[in-house]
Ligand binder design. Structure first.
Ligand code: PMP
Length: 415
């Protein structure tokens, strides 16, 4: 297995891949930019940026109802992305792909439609202690409205979920299980296949927050037997403001619409309205056409290099980052699960994470500090936040050296 992994990483030509990202050529504070804030948002290859300007320069038009040439071209490009997303996550049908603004909107959509339709007083929703606020608060809103209860899968010391405790939480009252595929704060990859299987055995449906999986983990909703899955394009080399929700056809067909407006209807009269078929039933109003069109180029970028190869290379980078930092004075990694995406969250004893972030920035290294929108997780570890270096496929070992040397200087200066 180990050999196989390093072999696949060798297949990538990182130098030419990196050249696709014009933004990475700049210097920040006199140093080459080392962009390690990829879990917040990735940089975009030129082909994504070009797709945006080509759309506006050459075929900007509203989609679906136009018969003129530009409208047909725009509609085709928009619908092509739907087919690409279908293949990207191996969904059975392209009609099961709904375009949204991203993960946050998708989770809110499921909570407000499926959740509102299914939940009754006393029912339970299971989430995990690793969740981003966007996979907590929509469920709290729903639970408050329905007098339902939220149960939380506990997190273990290494940042993995306690699956025995999960099995204990499941019961006939469980209606929805919502967990992330990978944690944005710690990088933990969750055993979603097992989580889904157990939920289904208990009669619950599962929503997977794949915000951090889009760029790093091959996704196969069919093989996972997943009910709902979401991700945001900006986390997988695509533009901001666009993402997708996958939903199983029979669930989507049963669900009420999320928003009312144009596009989501078949017929409107003052005596009543009939709704459009899926996916359009959930796409009221003019969508974010340009960004959806450009999302297709992000998928083509990932497909060209191969997500498995990218992940293998990122694993090597993460291992190198761990090797370069673990013996630094006072260094403490937060989240050391065996299965991780390329995220290194850490603290250095006696130095505030904000100071570390600022001093790294002074040397061109972009990291994120704070609670990473996972306050309950930080509370669990009894900390305010961490420094997070989140790596992507265009990062290099030289940049990790720059980061490690920066940390050495921080320690020397602050201690
Ligand atoms: N879930 C996870 C695990 C995330 O990392 C993020 C983004 N940090 C979100 C949800 C929310 O994604 P978005 O802001 O793109 O809606």
């Amino acid at each position: 297995m180990q050999n196989q992994v390093s072999h696949t990483a060798e297949k990538l030509d990182i130098k030419s891949l990196r050249e696709e990202f014009p933004i990475l050529r700049q210097k920040v504070n006199g140093y080459p930019l080392a962009y390690f804030d990829n879990a917040a948002t990735t940089q975009k290859p030129a082909r994504v940026i070009d797709a945006l300007s080509t759309y506006y320069l050459e075929y900007n038009a509203n989609i679906h109802r136009g018969i003129h040439t530009l409208a047909e071209k725009a509609t085709k490009a928009f619908e092509n992305t739907r087919k690409s997303v279908q293949q990207f996550i191996n969904a059975p049908e392209s009609e099961e792909i709904i375009f949204t603004r991203g993960t946050t909107e998708s989770i809110n959509l499921v909570a407000a439609t499926y959740g509102r339709m299914m939940l009754e007083k006393g029912d339970e929703i299971i989430i995990s202690g690793l969740e981003h606020h966007s996979n907590i608060v929509p469920w709290q809103l729903l639970a408050g409205e329905k007098q339902a209860t939220i149960r939380v899968i506990p997190v273990q010391e290494d940042g993995s979920l306690d699956l025995n405790a999960y099995a204990q939480l499941l019961s006939g009252k469980t209606k929805i299980v919502a967990v992330n595929h990978a944690s944005n704060s710690l990088g933990t990859i969750n055993p979603v296949r097992q989580i889904i299987k157990k939920a289904h055995d208990a009669g619950a449906v599962v929503m997977i927050d794949g915000a951090q999986a889009g760029a790093h983990i091959p996704i196969d909703v069919k093989s996972l037997d997943c009910d709902f899955y979401t991700s945001s394009a900006h986390k997988f080399y695509g533009p901001t403001g666009a993402g997708f929700l996958y939903g199983r056809r029979e669930l989507l067909e049963k669900m009420p619409p999320y928003m009312g407006g144009g596009e989501m209807i078949k017929d409107v009269s003052f005596s009543g309205t009939t709704y459009n078929d899926i996916p359009y039933k959930f796409e009221a109003g003019t969508p974010n056409i340009a960004d959806v069109v450009a999302m297709n180029e992000a998928i083509s970028f990932i497909n060209q290099y191969g997500k498995e190869h990218m992940a293998a290379y990122e694993n090597e980078l993460l291992a190198y980052a761990v090797e370069r930092t673990q013996n630094l004075s006072g260094f403490r990694a937060v989240g050391t699960a065996s299965e991780k995406v390329s995220i290194l969250s850490f603290l250095i004893d006696g130095i505030h994470s904000y100071d570390i972030g600022q001093m790294l920035d002074a040397r061109g290294v972009a990291v994120r500090t704070g609670h990473h929108c996972t306050q309950p997780l930080m509370d669990h570890f009894g900390i305010e936040g961490t420094v997070r270096a989140s790596l992507a496929v265009y990062n290099t070992k030289e940049e990790i050296d720059q980061f490690a040397e920066g940390l050495e200087r921080v320690i020397k200066f602050m201690k």
